[in-house]
Structures are given as C-alpha cells and as structure tokens.
Design a protein around this ligand. Structure first.
Ligand code: HEM
Length: 122
C-alpha cells in the first residue's frame, strides 16, 4: 500500500496553472472560468473537502478585521527572506534537513511590528 500526500503550496505555485505563480496577485481568481478546476485547494477538494471551510473563512475575515482595526503595522527586518521547498522557512532561521532535489524559491518575508491602537478593548 502507498500513501500519497498532496502539497497545497505546490498546486498554488504551479506555473502550468498560474502565470507568475510566486507573485502575490489575488486578482488571478477574479475570472474563475479561465482556470482549471481544483486550482485553489487550501481546504482540499471533492468528497472529502474540509466541512469547516465556510466557518474558517469567516473566522479568518473576523481575525484580519480585528488585527487591522486594533493595531498599527510597521514593516521591519527588510533583509530577511524565506525559501520554499515546498514548505516556507526563514533563510536566517534554524537549519533544516533538506533532502529535496528541487531548487528553492527564495522570497522576501514581510516581518511586521504591531502596536495596539489606543486603549480600545473589544
Ligand atoms: C483555515 C482553516 C482550515 C483549513 C486550512 C482546513 C483545511 C482542511 C483540509 C486541507 C482538509 C483535508 C481535505 C481533504 O482531504 O481533501 C480538512 C479536513 C477537515 N476539516 Fe478543515 N480546515 C480548516 C478549518 C476547519 C474548521 C474550522 C473545521 C471545523 C469546525 C474543520 C473541520 C475539518 C474536518 C472534520 C475535516 C475532515 C473531513 C473529512 O475527512 O471528510 N476544518 N481541512
């Protein structure tokens, strides 16, 4: 028997599906008809798709809304990067075992410093 693991990040950075897949470009999903099925699979797909995905999306929206409205954000550590092979890890972080034959994709990390806005409490 074999176990097959699918890696979401590989689908989401597949250049046969997306142009410039490493670029942050949410607009690529504006015209879903132009993409093959199962192009966006953070929650899996088909019969075993995550049954909590609608709840998770609402929780994500609420969390981001809270973070944006309650904190001021500043970019810092602009010289840090992360590599993917396929999972992201900071290039200046602890070394990891690397038995992948693939060339890692190096991207800049956005490290942000958050400070609370005023004394507003939820
Ligand atoms: C950002 C949040 C979440 C992500 C990224 C996520 C992602 C996933 C993925 C990738 C699967 C496997 C789908 C597959 O095998 O094709 C899964 C399964 C599952 N998820 Fe989530 N999930 C999230 C939140 C939730 C929440 C909030 C719940 C419940 C309240 C939930 C309940 C489940 C359950 C029960 C399964 C197993 C479904 C099955 O095997 O039939 N998940 N999820």
């Amino acid at each position: 028997m074999a176990n097959i693991f699918w890696v979401t990040a590989k689908t989401h950075t597949d250049s046969s599906i997306f142009q410039e897949p490493e670029k942050f470009n949410p607009a690529r999903f504006e015209n879903p008809g132009s993409l093959p099925p199962y192009n966006f699979v953070p929650f899996g797909g088909g019969a075993r798709i995550c049954p909590g995905y609608e709840l998770a999306k609402i929780e994500t929206l609420v969390t981001i809304h809270y973070l944006v409205t309650h904190f001021t954000w500043k970019l810092c550590c602009t010289d840090d990067f992360f590599s993917r092979d396929p999972m992201p890890a900071p290039t200046q972080g602890p070394s990891r075992s690397n038995n992948s034959q693939e060339t890692s994709l190096i991207q800049q990390i956005l490290i942000l410093h958050a400070s609370p806005r005023g004394s507003r409490v939820l």
